[in-house]
Design a protein around this ligand. Structure first.
Ligand SMILES: [Zn+2]
Length: 245
């Protein structure tokens, strides 16, 4: 095989890997963003239930002060009982006391109900807190893993960049320029395999004569359609990693 073509195949192999690594690095912040959204939602749910609890608690406190107030009125009213002289006045007095007592009973019921609500909300707070803490823990863990993944990808990238430099400097300048233009214009794929008279880059047919030349000479040829460098692999060689289109 033409020495330059061999180098191009090697270069493409490395560039495909570098591209995949770069894509992997680019995806990392997105992955973390999802976790951050979930954590935010869990935090908001926890805050919401705490606010609900606070509101219920202040409603209960208000009822308790209402109760105190009404108890004061009842006491005051009852102490006046001894000053009553007529039956009619006494009846009116009893009626008044009863109205306050009924009111007081009503408030006591409301306080009991508020206490039940608070009890249930306290349980909800504990649940949401546990959920939030677990979510936060998961997020921190994920954050750490992604950071490690990022470092790993970056150092892997460095290794491939060094390998790339070594090959690139051996490629003929003109060919290298053509290669780089193709990399930019053809989705990172400049060197492709031919198989069954088809260019595996653009999937169009290669004229039989050209296909034969590629196979027999193993020289540098380009696809008529997509312009990519073409190569033919004999069975004892392995195809370099790359993606279609
Ligand atoms: Zn093509």
């Amino acid at each position: 095989m033409n020495e330059q073509l061999k180098l191009l195949i090697g270069l493409q192999e490395i560039d495909s890997v570098i591209l995949t690594i770069a894509e992997g690095i680019e995806l990392l912040p997105n992955k973390l963003e999802k976790g951050r959204t979930i954590l935010k939602e869990a935090g908001a749910a926890f805050e919401k239930i705490k606010v609900k609890h606070e509101e219920a608690n202040s409603r209960k406190k208000k009822k308790e002060s209402d109760l105190e107030e009404i108890q004061g009125k009842i006491n005051k009213l009852k102490s006046k009982g001894s000053e009553i002289k007529t039956n009619r006045e006494y009846e009116a007095h009893l009626k008044e006391v009863k109205t306050f007592e009924d009111n007081k009973y009503q408030i006591e019921e409301e306080i009991l109900s508020a206490m039940e609500t608070l009890d249930s909300l306290s349980k909800d707070i504990k649940k949401e807190e546990a959920k939030f803490k677990k979510t936060e823990e998961n997020f921190r863990h994920e954050e750490k893993l992604l950071e490690e993944e990022k470092n790993r990808l970056h150092s892997e990238m460095e290794v491939f960049k060094i390998k790339r430099k070594d090959i690139a400097k051996r490629v003929n300048e003109e060919i290298y320029e053509k290669y780089m233009n193709l990399i930019k214009s053809s989705g990172g794929l400049a060197v492709v395999q031919t198989q069954s008279e088809i260019c595996l880059g653009c999937h169009t047919n290669i004229p039989p004569q050209l296909y034969n030349d590629i196979r027999s000479t193993q020289d540098i040829f380009n696809c008529y359609h997509c312009n990519r460098f073409l190569f033919y692999l004999t069975t004892d060689e392995t195809a370099p990693g790359g993606k279609g289109k």
